[in-house]
Design a binder for this molecule. Structure first.
Ligand SMILES: Cc1ncc(COP(=O)(O)O)c(C=O)c1O
Length: 485
């Protein structure tokens, strides 16, 4: 990573917040807790320093809606570090960044190429923007039961068949740490006049090691969003939208962000972005070297356990998988006789070890710059013990896939259609008006506008039996679904 590290030692927003909190300013402003010790429960729980840093926008602290002072300086440091023309702080995670990237690029009716296995924020952005999705289907891994990535060939075909498309949306890396042939895909999309938007929610750490996949900037992205809170060390919800100006209207990106974001952005979140960036710039390479060593050691050791397979670089044997992020350990549990959900629950309930996600065949451990050797050893010994205590007969995985449904209406048309509510088990053949997501990873099983199938209903009942967390339907128990009349 080439950057001027001496500039990156600065923390303009953190400094301004610290200065503000040290001054004896009497507040007749929001927030109503007034930084004081009067509200004992709040102060006791969070500690007095946190309340002192919880400020409202003001002259000395700048304003996220129109940053010209310390927030702008802190954003510019991100732009310099990640080598984009501009950066925008986000206080509603990569979710709001994904939505803003699409809304800033597509007008109603514009076509956007989208892999089918995107995060639900993309589908919600399609509903909001009225952009028309052209779904590109990812390749499936035959044993892991997960999508790998979209291939260059599939994207090229979709671009060639939709020469009027406005934008291409890509996810890099995927939730499972898999990366598509980003550079060649982006180059072809640009050649054909498309804007390249990258959901890099899982990629804030990529620029800090040559041994990690290339980051979207080097592959030519016009817009990218990084969840700094996921792998970059900021607090939960803190993220950054990065933009290059030559194909993008900057004022539109700003305007859309102001439509979507709060007018009361949390300084605690934004200051955490400032601090995380300094830490990454100064120590990122060292931390990532340590993390990669820990993750590789853990992967190799877990792979010695009979019945477990932890994925690694061998996944690049699939042509569409250009690279993998080795900080993600996808643990395939099928041979152990446990579903990913059971493995995930056992590890949590019996060993107090929390993994990032589970699906029908796998559970996944995320390593990041906060991990320690002690933690890795505890994960290893817990999994070794779990595998010896709970081993069963290997599971058959044939019923652990579901066919991706056909798109009948655009997500927006379906969302705004007249609807009725049906038990899901009776909904085969109907067009869904709702999104139904397995969370994590937050990838929709059915989207508004798709036709519900018998095979999907069977898959859902498997997920329910195994305690998969199904979210986003109006019915919190995921028994009922709204369908288009
Ligand atoms: C691929 C992808 N994009 C976007 C998001 C949304 O990120 P956030 O939780 O920071 O809003 C997620 C969240 O898990 C994700 O996995």
């Amino acid at each position: 990573m080439k950057t001027d590290v001496s500039v990156q030692t600065q923390t303009p927003l953190l400094d301004a917040l610290q200065q503000y909190s040290s001054e004896n300013i009497l507040s007749f402003d929001v927030p109503g807790h007034k930084k004081s010790g009067k509200l004992k429960a709040l102060t006791h729980f969070f500690g007095e320093p946190l309340l002192r840093f919880d400020a409202n926008s003001m002259k000395q602290l700048d304003n996220l809606s129109n940053p010209t002072g310390v927030i702008k300086e802190a954003e510019d440091l991100y732009a310099a570090l990640y080598q984009y023309d501009e950066a925008h702080f986000l206080v509603n995670g990569a979710t709001v960044g994904v939505q803003a990237m699409i809304l800033a690029t597509c007008r109603p009716g514009d076509k956007i190429l989208v892999p089918r296995n995107v995060h639900k924020s993309v589908i919600n952005a399609l509903i909001l923007s009225a952009a028309e999705p052209v779904y590109v289907y990812p390749e499936m891994h035959p044993e892991l039961g997960i999508a790998t990535t979209v291939s260059f060939h599939a994207i090229k075909e979709a671009i060639d068949e939709n020469r009027d498309a406005k934008a291409l949306f890509l996810v890099h890396p995927s939730y499972y740490g898999l990366c598509c042939e980003l550079e060649s895909i982006a180059a072809y999309a640009h050649e054909c006049g498309l804007v390249v938007i990258v959901d890099e929610a899982h990629g804030a750490h990529l620029p800090f090691s040559e041994e990690l996949p290339t980051n979207a900037h080097y592959a030519g992205a016009d817009l990218s969003t990084i969840s700094v809170h996921k792998t970059g060390g900021a607090l939960t919800q803190a993220a950054v939208l990065l933009a290059n100006q030559n194909r993008i209207d900057s004022s539109r990106v700003k305007g859309i962000l102001n439509m979507l974001q709060t007018t009361s952005a949390s300084y605690i979140l934004m200051a955490s972005l400032d601090g995380a960036r300094r830490e990454l710039a100064l120590f990122g390479e060292l931390y990532l070297r340590e993390v990669l060593n820990l993750a590789r050691y853990t992967r190799d050791t877990l792979n010695e356990i009979d019945g477990l397979y932890v994925t690694g670089k061998e996944l690049t044997q699939f042509k569409e998988v250009e690279d993998i992020d080795e900080t993600k350990l996808v643990i395939n549990t099928i041979e152990l006789g446990l579903s990913g959900f059971e493995f995930y629950d056992l590890l949590r309930d019996e060993y107090q070890v929390q993994l990032e996600l589970a699906d029908a065949c796998n559970a996944m451990a995320l390593f990041s710059i906060g991990d320690t050797e002690e933690g890795a050893l505890r994960l290893i010994s817990s999994v070794q013990d779990l595998a010896s205590r709970f081993r069963k007969k290997p599971l058959s995985i044939s019923h652990r896939f579901f066919d991706i449904p056909d798109l009948v209406l655009s997500p927006r048309e379906a969302f705004y259609s007249h609807t009725r509510v049906l038990p899901i088990v009776e909904a085969a053949g109907q067009i869904s008006a709702e999104i139904l997501t397995l969370y994590p990873p937050g990838i929709p099983i059915v989207m508004p506008g798709e036709r519900i199938t018998e095979n999907m209903i069977e898959y859902l009942s498997l997920l329910k039996n195994e305690n998969g967390m199904l979210v986003d339907l109006g019915d919190p128990n995921a028994n009922l679904i709204k369908v288009v009349i």
